[in-house]
Write a protein that binds this ligand. Structure first.
Ligand SMILES: [Zn+2]
Length: 256
């Protein structure tokens, strides 16, 4: 069976509180055997950990999302560092900069971003990036940070920005709205994501997005690139595994 990894899925979100098991089972049955679940602030660290303990193939990441920094406290940086030192994680995330949504202090965003890049470097962990209208600014920090790489989730920048991220060890995440750029980038630089429950693909007609949509997202990319879905599955899975700290499944079925 074709095996997929959804590299960005908020399965812990409240939108899934009534049917999380069903949503997970449907994705798993569709071949989505791995799902990266990124936290967004300290308040959902426990929920992300529980979601990953209770659902096969779910892989946790922990970080402070740029859109949540207004309610984050300075000590949350220390909380994150302590948490990552004692809990397994495939990456630090999701972290980044968002200059699209108005009213989120850019200075505060940059301070939290820089502090979390320091944590990632000190623990030698990759990062899951949320960069919206902020790719050039984010790149300034990433060049200095000298990380082991990661994923630029929902990548929406230019080819030049993509090339620079790739040079720094990053893969680029594409989801339900595949962009022109995804047809010309090196295939080995591309990973797939749903970003569920957000960003529903066009065929869902604004309904709730779920990780079970991943194979269809991949089919769109495969068609555009003249590849088989199987080729896209193998490539995007290898790309994700090359940057994330994913434990060996032969020794352990659930991630704890
Ligand atoms: Zn996200």
């Amino acid at each position: 069976m074709t095996e997929w990894i959804d590299t960005h899925c908020h399965l812990d979100a409240a939108e899934f509180d009534t049917d999380r098991d069903t949503v997970h089972a449907a994705a798993y049955a569709a071949g989505v055997h791995e799902m990266v679940i990124p936290a967004v602030d300290t308040a959902n660290f426990e929920a992300v950990r529980a979601c990953c303990q209770n659902h096969i193939g779910c892989l946790p990441a922990y970080g402070l999302h740029p859109l949540w920094v207004t309610r984050a406290k300075d000590q949350d940086i220390d909380t994150l560092h302590t948490w990552l030192s004692s809990n397994k994680a495939v990456a630090v995330g999701e972290i980044g900069l968002d200059f699209f949504v108005p009213g989120i202090d850019p200075v505060r965003q940059k301070r939290f971003f820089a502090a979390q890049l320091d944590i990632a470097r000190s623990l030698n962990l990759p990062v899951l990036l949320h960069l919206r209208r902020a790719a050039d600014e984010g790149l300034k920090y990433l060049r200095r940070a000298r990380l082991c790489g990661g994923i630029a989730h929902a990548f929406n920048g230019s080819r030049q920005q993509a090339d620079e991220l790739i040079r720094l060890g990053f893969k680029l995440g594409f989801g339900g709205r595949i962009r022109e750029l995804a047809t010309s980038l090196p295939l080995e630089a591309i990973v797939l994501e749903t970003d569920a429950p957000d960003i529903p693909p066009v065929w869902l007609n604004r309904g709730r997005n779920t990780p079970a949509e991943l194979p269809r997202i991949a089919a769109v990319l495969a068609e555009l690139r003249g590849l088989t879905p199987e080729e896209v599955a193998v490539s995007s899975r290898a790309a994700a595994h090359s940057v994330l700290r994913i434990p060996d499944r032969t020794t352990k079925e659930k991630h704890d």
